[in-house]
Ligand binder design. Structure first.
Ligand SMILES: Nc1ncnc2c1ncn2[C@@H]1O[C@H](COP(=O)(O)OP(=O)(O)O)[C@@H](O)[C@H]1O
Ligand SMILES: O=C(CO)[C@@H](O)[C@H](O)COP(=O)(O)O
Length: 536
């Protein structure tokens, strides 16, 4: 058993799509411990693929809520077995995949406050949920509810101006509306609705944690400027919703201390603070210490791109969230559903399931792929709403297949060109001092990062761990320790290790992509128009 020497620290958790992860960060802001539990691999009894169940309609996507509870048990037991010294944990915070929702059954609060340290959490919380399969961000089954919500508040732009986004199918308000409409019994027996983030915080607190402003911005329910629930949106989604959601709080709030369960079973100090959990993308913004002008690209299960914003400019594409570390500011986010799982599919089909062969294809093909480009959306994309695979040769003729290595480059170049085009549509421009900060599982792959640098024409940096959501959560926990002193987050993380340079643009690449980006945008419109045309 590896013994860990006593070291004051904060823990940062991430309840993401495919796994639960944790890091411990010491007072010098060094990560000295990392652990994870992978749902498909470590909890096979739940039979998830990529952490989720895709239902028969192909639109509904859920995860078993008890799988998340059990994953927390497993990871805590692993930490204990490795000799992790919980008595040194001063504070903790965490992140969750965004938009997913958890439905606590009437009476669950009572159970949560009276947990016995002799049993695992999953043994005690079995009967706590009115919905056992939680809708997650990959769900796209709420088109009807989205149209109803937009109609109720005066249209898509009106909803976006109010909540930061037009109605999106994965956004929690629309998910709740669907549950209310299709399963009113379960809705009425629900005493509390949490996001994945506030659900995880509730487990640590032994009582319901409030939803924080930043993750709360991904619900189509929060007025992002006033930071209160919109009565019009609540009313359009379901009755009695405000009471079930509780009051939203600033993201840097200390929401309590860990419950006696964690003190007695694992040896946490009784005063260990819990800082409000937030969304995984907001937590990554904190972990990468994003500054204005920088651009963050997260290559996790989803691909996301996000920016720090002073002023919100809600539009019909993209999302504006409250900023997780500065209550006066905002962040902009674009989400792409066909991220790592799409790359894995092409890796399996074209590179014999090997990332090193996948990388070899990126190294052996030309920047710009000799004019070949492609769109790879096996599931309905969010930005833009396209599905299917569409390949075009240098003459803009649609072709049915590419050689294996051209296919791989077309996928990666296409994914990054889409990000650049849609970020520019939000008003973002690459400046001479722009840094791209990359994170998420695929940021381990230097050849993928090289294409990112080339397409954006900017250097790409990484932090020491690809788990920036965990690191950001631990930093936010340190910020929570300074609560009441008005110390800005930037001051708390001033001495954190700087991001490392991982890739710089290849000479001549920007000229190649200048032309290719224009073609990509035109072809994207062509595919989109074709997809929207009613069948003849
Ligand atoms: N060397 C690699 N090259 C490309 N992708 C990788 C590599 N290693 C891991 N990944 C991708 O990372 C993904 C997981 O990323 P991660 O950020 O941990 O996801 P999440 O936080 O959503 O659970 C995997 O699905 C895998 O496709
Ligand atoms: O829907 C979004 C953001 O709007 C996703 O980014 C989820 O937050 C899932 O995150 P990962 O598990 O892919 O990191």
């Amino acid at each position: 058993m590896a013994e860990h020497t006593a070291r004051h620290c904060c823990l940062g958790w991430d309840f993401s799509t495919q796994q639960v992860k944790v890091v411990a960060v010491d007072a010098e802001l060094n990560v000295f411990y990392e652990e994870s539990v992978h749902f498909d691999r470590d909890l096979p009894e739940f039979r998830t693929q990529g952490g989720v169940h895709v239902h028969e309609d192909g639109l509904t996507v859920t995860s078993p809520v008890l799988m998340w509870v059990q994953a927390l048990d497993v990871i805590l037991e692993k930490m204990k077995a490795s000799g992790f010294d919980f008595s040194q944990v001063l504070a903790l915070s965490g992140a969750g995949q965004q938009h997913g929702s958890v439905y606590w059954k009437a009476g669950a609060s009572q159970l949560l406050t009276s947990l016995t340290p002799d049993l695992l959490l999953c043994e005690q919380l079995q009967a706590c949920f009115s919905i056992s399969d939680s809708p997650v961000w990959m769900d796209s089954s709420t088109a009807v509810q989205c149209r109803q919500l937009e109609a109720a508040v005066g249209g898509a732009q009106a909803l976006s101006s109010l909540t930061g986004s037009r109605a999106y199918e994965r956004f929690t308000g629309n998910q709740i509306a669907k549950i209310y409409q299709e399963n009113p019994g379960a809705y009425s027996s629900t005493e509390r609705i949490s996001l994945v983030s506030s659900f995880a915080a509730s487990l640590f607190l032994g009582s319901y944690s409030p939803i924080d402003h930043s993750d709360g911005s991904g619900m189509n329910l929060l007025q992002i400027q006033d930071k209160v629930w919109s009565q019009a949106c609540l009313g359009a989604c379901a009755p009695g919703l405000e009471e079930k959601l509780g009051w939203p709080v600033p993201s840097c709030s200390v929401v309590g201390t860990v419950s006696s369960y964690f003190v007695q079973r694992y040896g946490f100090p009784a005063g260990c603070k819990v800082v409000a959990f937030t969304g995984d993308n907001p937590a990554s913004l904190a972990g990468m210490r994003l500054e204005e002008g920088d651009i963050a690209v997260s290559l996790g299960t989803s691909d996301t791109l996000f920016l720090w914003l002073q002023e919100p400019t809600p539009a019909l594409e993209g999302h504006i969230f409250c900023n997780p570390v500065d209550p006066e500011h905002y962040m902009a986010l674009l989400c792409f559903k066909n991220g790592s799982l799409m790359r894995e599919k092409i890796r399996d089909e074209s590179a014999s399931c090997s990332w090193s062969k996948f990388s070899e294809a990126l190294r052996s093909t030309e920047t710009g792929n000799d004019g070949n480009l492609g769109f790879y959306f096996d599931v309905m994309e969010i930005t833009p709403e396209i599905t299917g695979r569409h390949r075009f040769n240098a003459e803009n003729h649609e072709v049915s297949a590419f050689p294996w290595d051209v296919e791989i480059r077309a996928l990666i170049e296409g994914q990054f060109m889409a990000k650049k085009i849609h970020a520019e549509a939000l008003g973002y421009r690459v400046m001479p001092k722009t840094k791209i900060l990359a994170t998420g599982g695929a940021s381990h792959n230097r050849d993928i990062l090289q294409v990112l640098a080339d397409v954006f024409g900017a250097p790409v940096y990484v932090i020491d761990t690809a788990n920036s959501a965990c690191v950001g959560s631990a930093y936010r926990a340190f910020h929570g320790l300074a609560a009441g002193t008005d110390m800005p987050f930037s001051e708390v993380v001033r001495l954190a290790p700087n991001p490392r340079l991982a890739a710089t643009p290849t000479q001549g690449a920007s000229q190649v992509y200048e032309a290719l980006l224009q073609r990509y945008a035109v072809l994207e419109q062509r595919v989109l128009t074709r997809a929207r045309r009613p069948p003849e």
